[in-house]
Design a protein around this ligand. Structure first.
Ligand SMILES: C[S@@+](CC[C@H](N)C(=O)[O-])C[C@H]1O[C@@H](n2cnc3c(N)ncnc32)[C@H](O)[C@@H]1O
Length: 207
């Protein structure tokens, strides 16, 4: 099953699944790393049902929320009905439906490990940030839990932080940092035989 089919299928349960995997600490850390300013514009790539967007709206930003799954975006629209400041766009990570130099910040939480070519996706996210703007990615450190490939459609079993640093630099970003969030992503296999607990990193770079 392609990851889009998987996320279409779980869209209506994503809020509770997400809460069982990781907490709001991940979002708080991502927003703090970028030191977001009220009134600015951010993109939330692989937005799912709006975990990162929710924090950005609360902090007074406008958000362009992008996901490959129209079903996920529909669930998100339902959740944020009546809330202004969110522009929903269905699109693919390697060709984002956003102009060059358009936003002050780009966030991508638990998105990168679903992609075929993460370095291309990082370049594409760097493309849409204004000069002086910041890209923040929160994702999993390297791990060995194969069941996440089959059951959650993960393509990458996390990342080596050295690769993340290199990909940010190759995308033309400076002041690159990769740090621990101080929290694990936790998941139980469907059979109940295995449980994963994987450290989460926060990476940032400035264009
Ligand atoms: C694990 S979920 C994370 C959702 C959200 N960021 C969160 O923290 O709850 C990954 C999301 O990325 C989206 N996604 C995966 N591959 C994508 C791609 N190639 N282009 C756009 N979105 C993609 C999925 O549809 C899904 O909504």
């Amino acid at each position: 099953m392609h990851s889009k089919d998987y996320f279409d299928r779980v869209a209506d349960q994503w809020d509770s699944l997400q809460a069982s995997f990781y907490s709001e600490k991940v979002r708080d850390r991502a927003l703090a790393t970028a030191a977001v300013r009220s009134g600015a514009t951010a993109a939330d790539i692989g937005c799912g049902s709006g975990f990162i967007t929710e924090g950005l709206i609360r902090a007074g930003l406008r958000v362009i929320a992008v996901d490959q799954s129209e079903v996920m975006l529909t669930a998100m629209k339902r959740k944020f009905a009546g809330i202004a400041g969110v522009d929903y766009r269905c699109g693919e990570g390697e060709q984002l439906p956003i102009a060059d130099d358009a936003v002050d910040y780009v966030f991508a939480n638990m998105y990168l490990h679903h992609l075929e070519k993460p370095p291309i996706a990082i370049k594409e996210m760097a493309r849409i940030v204004k000069p002086g703007g910041i890209l923040v990615i929160t994702d999993l450190d390297s791990h060995t839990f194969e069941f996440l490939r089959d059951e959650h459609r993960d393509r990458w079993l996390g990342f080596d932080r050295r690769d993340i640093r290199q990909w940010f630099r190759e995308a033309g970003l400076g002041r690159v940092t990769v740090d621990c969030v101080g929290e694990q992503c936790c998941a139980q296999s469907d059979t109940g035989d295995e449980s994963a607990s994987v450290d989460i990193f926060v990476a940032s770079g400035e264009k």
